[in-house]
Design a protein. Structure first.
Length: 114
């Protein structure tokens, strides 16, 4: 079963995605990592970049798990760009087109009538 969650992210926000192989991972003593422990690692980890956060989490994970593996393990850290290039291009195209339309309208309204 999948759970859907919607978030409102801001520029430079970091998002951590992971499979259940991460949270259900166990160590040699049989202790499971769990979601709460992963969240605690995220709260304490450096957030200078997605790479720094991801590397820190993987290092903590490997120390916890040791050599014991029983599932696929995927961890992905994403960072939102400052501004969406598509939105910036759209704004530029709109403003350029809008500006041309205004100038064109102004020119046609200023022409003397015969």
């Amino acid at each position: 079963m999948f759970q859907r969650t919607e978030i409102k992210d801001c520029p430079s926000d970091l998002i951590v995605l992971y499979t259940d192989g991460i949270t259900e991972a166990g160590n040699e003593t049989g202790q499971k990592l769990g979601r709460e422990q992963l969240l605690e690692w995220v709260r304490r980890a450096p957030v200078d970049s997605p790479r720094a956060l991801g590397e820190n989490l993987l290092q903590q994970f490997e120390l916890f798990r040791g050599e014991f593996r029983n599932d696929d393990e995927t961890l992905l850290v994403l960072q939102r760009e400052e501004e969406s290039r598509l939105l910036m291009l759209g704004a530029l195209a709109t403003s350029y087109t809008f500006g041309r339309l205004l100038r064109s309208k102004k020119r046609t309204s200023q022409k003397p009538t015969a």
